[in-house]
Design a protein around this ligand. Structure first.
Ligand code: UD1
Ligand code: MG
Length: 419
C-alpha cells in the first residue's frame, strides 16, 4: 500500500496521566501505545508513517522504528500538527491519500483501518471518516449532516450549540484524506474557536463548502476508539487488549485456564494443544511449541522459545533461552541465556547464574541431562549429553561437565565410580 501514508499525532503532553513520560510511550500489554498503533498500520501494509512529536520529542523519537518524526514546536492544535507533515508528504509523489490518527488510540483494529482505506479508495471522496454512535457522546466532536445525510462539518463539544450537543454520531479521530485536498483545506483553517486552536476537524467544513464529497464508515465497538487520557483508561486498554490476545490464542487451539489472570503480550506465538495455567506472564516474541504446559505462576521473558511438549511449572522464570522438546522445568527455577536440549530434567530450585556483574554468559545443557535440585550453573558452562549434577552442586564457570558424567559438591567435581 505505497499510495497511502499515515500521520500519527503525538505531540501532546498527556497532562492527565500525571507522568514525566510522554503519554504515547505508556505501555499497554508491554508495548508503548504509539507502537501498537504503528504495528497495526504496518500490519495492513502502510509503509510510510509520519509521527508528529512535540512534548519530550527526543524520547518519543528514540523509541520508534521505521517511522519518520517531525517536530511541532508549539501545540497550536491538531490541524497545525498535520501541517507539519506537509513538506514530507507533498514531495513523495507516490502518495495520494493520508490516513490520520491520534497517537493514543491504540486499540484500533487492522480490519477497521483497512475498511476505511478501501472505502476511501473505492469512492471519489475527499475525506472518509471513521464515526460511531454513542448514547453519551460527551467530549467528542459531533458529526453534523445536512438533510441529505451528507457530512457538512464536525463541531467540537465546547463549540457546539444545544442542537449539536444531542448529536450521537461522533468523530472517532481517524480519517483518510485525499492528500492535495487535505493540505489545501488546512492552509485555510483559522483558530476561530473557544480554544483558539487550529482544528483539523475544520478541514471537513472547508471541504464540504467547496463542494467536496465526504464519506464515512462506522464502528460499533467503543473499545476501538478508547483514547487513553488517564491511568484509569490505560488499565481499561490493557484489559481490552489482553482479552483480545487471549481470544486469538484460544482460537488457535491453546487452552488458557483463567483468561482474566493470564498475561500474554502481543506478538507471542503459541501452538495448539498447549495449556497456559493462571498467573503466567508471557512477553512479546516468546514462542511456545505444541503440547506444552506453562504455569501456574510462570514468567517467560523475551527470547524464550519452547519446542514441543515442554513442561514449565510454578515460579519458573526463563529469559533468552531455548528449551528442547519433552524437557521439564517444574519448580522455582531461573534459566537465563541457556540452550537446553531434549528430555532434560531441571530439578526444583536450580539456577543458571548467567550474569557475572559485567556480561551475560551462555549455558548449554545437552539432551537427556539431569540437573539436580538446587544446582547452580555458573555461566559460561556446558553440561554434556546425559550428564548429572548432584543436589546442591555448584558447577563453576568453564568447568564443563563431560557427557555421561556425574558431578557433585561445591565446587562440583566429577564423581568417580568405585571399582
Ligand atoms: C479530537 C478531535 C475530536 C475527536 C476526538 C477523538 C480535533 C480538533 N478534535 O479532540 O473531534 O472527537 O479527538 O478523541 O481534532 N495533538 C498534537 N498537537 C496539537 C494538539 C494535539 O499532536 O497541537 C495531538 C495530541 O497529542 C493527541 C491528539 O492530537 O494525541 C488529539 O488532541 P486532543 O487535544 O486530545 O483532541 P481532542 O480534544 O480529544
Ligand atoms: Mg483527546
Amino acid at each position: 500500500m505505497n499510495n497511502v501514508a499515515a500521520v500519527i499525532l503525538a505531540a501532546g503532553e498527556g497532562t492527565r496521566m500525571k507522568s514525566s513520560l510522554p503519554k504515547v510511550l505508556h505501555t499497554v500489554c508491554g508495548k508503548p501505545m504509539i507502537q501498537l498503533l504503528i504495528d497495526t498500520m504496518q500490519s495492513i501494509g502502510i509503509e510510510k508513517i509520519v509521527a508528529i512529536v512535540g512534548h519530550r520529542a527526543d524520547l518519543v523519537e528514540k523509541g520508534l522504528k521505521h517511522v519518520e518524526c517531525v517536530k511541532q514546536e508549539h501545540l497550536l492544535g491538531t490541524g497545525d500538527a498535520v501541517l507539519k507533515a506537509k513538506k514530507m508528504l507533498l514531495k513523495d509523489k507516490r502518495i495520494d491519500s493520508v490516513l490520520i490518527s491520534y497517537g493514543d488510540v491504540c486499540l484500533l483494529r487492522p480490519e477497521t483501518l483497512k475498511r476505511l482505506i478501501e472505502r476511501h479508495s473505492a469512492t471519489s471522496s475527499s475525506c472518509t471518516l471513521l464515526t460511531s454512535h454513542l448514547k453519551n457522546p460527551t467530549g467528542y466532536g459531533r458529526i453534523v449532516r445536512n438533510d441529505n445525510d451528507k457530512i457538512t462539518k464536525i463541531v467540537e463539544e465546547i463549540d457546539s450549540s444545544i442542537y449539536e450537543k444531542v448529536i450521537e454520531e461522533i468523530n472517532v479521530g481517524v480519517y483518510c484524506f485525499n492528500k492535495d485536498t487535505l493540505f489545501e483545506a488546512l492552509s485555510k483553517i483559522r483558530p476561530n474557536n473557544k480554544k483558539k486552536e487550529f482544528y483539523l476537524t475544520d478541514a471537513i467544513e472547508i471541504m464540504a463548502r467547496s463542494g467536496k464529497v465526504m464519506d464515512s464508515i462506522s464502528t460499533d465497538d467503543p473499545d476501538e476508539f478508547l483514547g487513553v487520557n488517564t491511568r484509569h483508561d490505560l488499565i481499561n486498554a490493557e484489559r481490552v487488549l489482553r482479552s483480545r490476545i487471549i481470544d486469538e490464542v484460544m482460537q488457535k487451539g491453546v487452552s488458557v485456564i483463567d483468561p482474566a489472570n493470564t498475561y500474554i503480550e502481543p506478538g507471542v506465538d503459541i501452538k495448539k494443544d498447549s495449556v497456559i495455567y493462571p498467573y503466567t506472564f508471557i512477553e512479546n516474541g516468546v514462542k511456545i511449541g505444541p503440547g506444552c504446559s506453562v504455569g501456574p505462576f510462570a514468567r517467560l521473558r523475551r527470547g524464550t522459545c519452547l519446542d514441543s511438549d515442554v513442561s514449565i511449572g510454578n515460579f519458573v522464570e526463563i529469559v533468552r533461552s531455548r528449551i528442547g522438546s519433552h524437557t521439564k522445568i517444574r519448580h522455582q527455577c531461573y534459566i537465563g541465556d541457556t540452550k537446553i536440549g531434549k528430555r532434560v530434567n531441571i530439578g526444583a530450585g536450580a539456577i543458571v547464574a548467567n550474569y557475572d556483574g559485567k556480561h551475560k554468559n551462555i549455558t548449554i545443557i545437552e539432551d537427556d541431562a539431569f540437573i539436580g535440585t538446587g544446582t547452580i550453573l555458573v555461566a559460561p558452562v556446558k553440561i554434556g549429553k546425559g550428564a548429572v549434577t548432584g543436589a546442591g552442586s555448584v558447577v563453576t564457570k568453564n568447568h564443563n561437565v563431560p557427557a555421561g558424567k556425574t558431578v557433585v559438591g561445591v565446587p562440583a567435581r566429577i564423581l568417580k565410580k568405585k571399582k
